[in-house]
Design a protein around this ligand. Structure first.
Ligand SMILES: [Zn+2]
Length: 441
């Protein structure tokens, strides 16, 4: 009997994610040689099986070579083809059984190239950075690479001593041994693989102004003055967002600025990564500072179950830019919304925000129209109910997985009138709707 192809976890990324188990924890022990871009890793993955099966798979790029696989302490057979590491446990494991999978691997990590550009582990001029979204995690560790698969992490990095190494969570141990330093980070809060990160560079770490959430910057010393100016209002931003969105979901917030230029900044859990070009000393990128910070609530604490609902991340983060502008003395959200709508009206109206397809899920029109959807909702609910909804949204689904249906159902409880016409017009129709005539304040 041939094995029938499995139903993909997510039709947007049919190659990613796996069936048959749920990961509860990753423990990654990484050694990285900066000069030669060489990564050696040991991954210990703890999971529970959801059904009995003879084989199960993890996502792992072919640029990395597997040297050994143990399942519950015993050697297991494996095959590594087309980005899947398929493991045959020495004896079948019944449904609901605990498995501990230890994988030794190594190689020269390269970003994964595809329709989303280059994502994953990337070498910098001096150091490395990781920006996984959406499917780059497998470029540096074996994983169940899907946003609905959230787990705790311990990430240990050993690298050359002059370099600073950062990963998600709290630094629980740092050990300097001759020319090598080992950094151990613990992330107890559930995290999807695409938000796991490692940042290595000639960085200094400084605490920056901001209470009650501890905030840090990890950046080259040469950018100190420019950073202090450009990110100078981040503490105020944090206060504003906590009022609007509820408590900041994580223990700390760290901004990394790489010495290299980056095309766009990117969020990771508890961390945002910017390029040196986003630090020009003129606050040119403050909109993006707000955008990335807002992702800590929308994306990193509340994570979409499937990529189709990406507007729940990007629409919210884009709307947070406008809310920040409004609350900090810039143009109001209503002014920005009307300008954005006008701009969208001049572009092709061939995108469904509620189901954009993999090719358009990071399209700027999705970001803007996602934000406009929230603006239209705010106009309909009024400010008091709108913000009560956002608060309830982030509280109820804190650290969880979410869908558009979850949001629409919850929003319905804050509206005396049915919201279906609004969702249909903004999310599920290609033609761009009009904004409500009266200005939102
Ligand atoms: Zn974003």
């Amino acid at each position: 009997m041939g094995s029938k192809p499995e139903q993909p976890i997510d039709p947007y990324l049919p190659q990613n994610g796996n069936r048959g188990y749920r990961v509860s924890r990753y423990e990654l022990e990484l050694q990285y040689k900066v000069v030669v871009n060489r990564l050696t890793g040991k991954a210990l993955i703890t999971a529970v099986t959801t059904e009995q099966r003879t084989r199960f798979a993890l996502d792992l790029a072919q640029t990395l070579q597997v040297s050994k696989v143990l399942v519950n302490g015993r050697r297991a057979k494996y095959a590594h083809q087309r980005g899947k590491l398929t493991i045959t446990p020495p004896q079948p494991i019944p449904a609901g059984g605990a498995i501990a999978v230890a994988i030794g691997y190594g190689g020269t990590p390269q970003p994964i190239r595809g329709q989303f550009g280059e994502v994953g582990w990337e070498e910098l001029a001096e150091g490395s950075m990781v920006a996984n979204q959406p499917n780059g995690a497998a470029s540096w560790f074996p994983c169940d690479d899907h946003p609905s698969s959230k787990a705790s992490y311990q990430i240990t990095i050993t690298t050359d001593s002059p370099f600073y190494a950062l990963a998600n969570g709290n630094l629980v141990r740092k050990q300097v041994k001759a020319s090598q330093t080992t950094w151990v980070y613990e992330q107890a809060v559930p995290m999807p693989s695409y938000l796991a990160t490692v940042q290595i560079g000639r960085y200094e770490r400084r605490r920056v102004k901001g209470e009650p959430v501890p905030m840090f910057v990890v950046a080259p010393p040469r950018l100190r003055a420019k950073f202090d100016h450009d990110f100078g209002r981040q503490a105020q931003m944090m206060t504003t967002f906590q009022k609007m969105f509820g408590p900041y979901p994580f223990a700390e917030y760290t901004v990394v600025v790489t010495d290299d230029e980056l095309e766009i900044p990117i969020e990771a859990q508890g961390i945002s990564i910017f390029g040196a070009n986003h630090c020009d000393g003129r606050r040119t990128s403050e909109r993006l500072v707000a955008h990335e910070l807002a992702h800590q609530w929308f994306g990193n604490s509340l994570t979409i179950r499937t990529w189709r609902d990406i507007w729940l991340h990007e629409g919210f983060a884009c709307y947070a830019e406008w809310l920040w502008s409004e609350s900090s003395g810039g143009p109001t959200a209503d002014q920005l919304a009307r300008a954005a709508r006008q701009n969208l009206a001049r572009q092709r109206q061939d995108i469904l925000i509620g189901d954009p397809g993999p090719d358009l899920m990071f399209d700027d029109r999705l970001y803007k129209r996602g934000a406009l959807t929230l603006h239209a909702l705010r106009a309909q609910l009024g400010d008091a109910k709108f913000y009560a909804l956002l608060y309830e949204w982030t509280a109820r689904y804190r650290y969880g997985s979410v869908t558009s249906d979850d949001f629409m159902l919850l929003a319905g409880r804050f509206s005396p009138l049915p919201l279906n016409p609004l969702w249909d017009a903004w999310l599920y129709t290609k033609k761009l709707p009009e904004l409500p005539a009266s200005a939102v304040r």
